[in-house]
Design a protein around this ligand. Structure first.
Ligand code: PLP
Length: 464
């Protein structure tokens, strides 16, 4: 990668700009005026697409990991070799036929002494693969809904027929597909879609309570526990602004749900492998047991879009109801297996916890304390950090973001939880800093330095 700024020729810029017009734009009014034309490790080569600087190329350090998915950075040799191995040796087969590669992966993770059996004891869980986090969450809901039905006797499962509520959380984000919309309580994710009158999909009502508030949860369970089918929770809320719940909250929530007979569904699509361990549904006492856990993003090692639904064995769907062309394809399994082995052998999770700790301290000192008019608070764990904007900075978010990118670091912004109930304060948009697991100390130096520089430029521009 070149680190010097250069220029790109006009024809290439025209193609990039034409491609930008053709790609459906999902972000409302603001479209970033940049293209990325190459990457290696954490470094991405960007080009200005507009204005007098159009064609200028410059390097940015990626502090986003491509929506938190590229855990090994760009151009990983491990991923390259896994793909090569998969294409030349592994072949393809559907989920009707055992695949050697799929079996090797599942036994490594969930078999006797497997990598993840501390959270999912051998023999108690089975697994399905989907294309994306959203699809994984759809399958999770489907399994929860079908747990109400006794397929052998063709009637409602005894004791579960009255369970017609799902509990979700204010600020939750679980994906974009239609079946998931009722889980999102924020107006901007629902406006323009038909209102769900009284009930959500399939006649089940979705209720929302504030995340991290145990008293609110206890009150909810006391009133509705016997009607509750499932609790769906992100162990650290992402889109709500990287909200980390108080110690003990997740275990208490899961215990209370279980006592009420409700299923515990953890959405770990984002948190998977980002919090210094594979699963964030855990505390100092160990893993917090779940009935269904959905993982995605980093699972595909930045090369593939894939998700895994890990569910208790008793949770199944009716015959042929949820077959998917993409269910744990051998090629996907090869990339996951080799990527995970690399993460374990290289101690990348442990390393990310240490580097994330330093990152957090520096974000606190060099951004939140240095620019109190722009940043309000830093929150997060390991390499999943968020810095909430102040109200005034939030009003100029696109400008701030462009200054930061031009200063050499690419970051994303989460919507923030917005207005919350039970007297909890409004949460403004939050910058997400979730760089790949291969982030080193020198990268932290650059990320924090560029963020501070971009913030200074933003401030200066605001004052002039
Ligand atoms: C917590 C959470 N769940 C689900 C999803 C949906 O995943 P995907 O974009 O792969 O469909 C996301 C994506 O941002 C997420 O952050």
């Amino acid at each position: 990668m070149h680190s010097e700024a250069g220029r790109m020729n006009v024809e290439r810029i025209k193609t990039l700009s034409a491609g930008r017009e053709l790609h459906m734009h999902h972000y409302g009014a603001t479209s970033l005026p940049f293209a990325c034309v190459g990457a290696s490790g954490l470094v991405q080569k960007f080009v200005e697409l507009e204005g007098q600087d159009a064609g200028r190329t410059f390097d940015v350090l990626d502090a986003s990991g491509g929506y938190g998915s590229a855990c090994l950075g760009a151009g990983s040799a491990v991923v390259g070799q896994a793909l090569q191995r998969a294409v030349t040796e592994v072949g393809y087969s559907t989920d009707e036929v055992v695949s050697g590669e799929r079996a090797a992966l599942l036994v490594r993770l969930f078999g006797d002494g497997g990598l993840w059996t501390h959270a999912f004891p051998t023999g108690q869980y089975h697994v399905s693969g989907r294309n994306s986090g959203s699809e994984g969450m759809e399958l999770a809901i489907r399994l929860a809904l079908e747990s109400r039905f006794d397929r052998r006797r063709l009637r409602p499962a005894s004791g579960r027929e009255g369970r017609d509520r799902i509990l979700a959380f204010e600020g939750a984000w679980h994906g974009w597909t239609s079946g998931l919309v009722p889980l999102l309580n924020r107006r901007h994710y629902r406006i323009g879609l038909p209102e769900f009158v009284e009930t959500g999909p399939y006649g089940v009502q979705v209720d929302h309570i504030p995340f991290g508030d145990l008293d609110a949860a206890r009150r909810y369970f006391a009133e509705n526990g016997s009607r509750l089918l499932a609790v769906i929770v992100e162990p650290i809320q992402g889109d709500a602004g990287i909200q980390v719940p108080p110690d003990g909250y997740l275990r208490q929530l899961a215990d209370t749900a279980r006592e009420s007979g409700a299923l515990v569904v953890a959405d770990e699509v984002l948190t998977f492998a980002k919090t210094g361990q594979f699963f964030a549904m855990a505390d100092t006492a160990g893993p917090v047991p779940t009935d269904i856990t959905v993982i995605g993003k980093s699972l595909g090692m930045g090369a593939l879009s894939t998700a895994m639904v890990i569910a208790r064995k008793g949770l199944t769907s009716r015959a042929s109801g949820t077959i998917s062309t993409s269910d744990l394809r051998p090629l996907t399994c090869a990339v996951i297996r080799d990527g995970l082995e690399h993460i374990v052998a290289g101690g990348l999770l442990e390393q990310s916890a240490v580097i994330g700790g330093v990152l957090r301290e520096r974000l606190e000192a060099e951004l939140v304390q240095a620019f109190p008019d722009v940043y309000r608070e830093v929150r997060g764990r390991a390499l999943m950090q968020g810095i909430e904007l102040t109200e005034s900075a939030a009003a100029h978010l696109p400008v701030l973001r462009e200054h930061i990118i031009r200063s050499g670091v690419y970051v994303e912004f989460m919507a923030g939880a917005g207005r919350r109930s039970c007297g909890l304060r409004y949460v403004y948009p939050t910058m997400r800093i979730a760089p790949p697991l291969v982030t080193e100390h020198s990268h932290v130096e650059q990320i924090v330095g560029s963020l501070a520089e971009g913030t200074r430029r933003f401030r200066k521009a605001q004052q002039s």
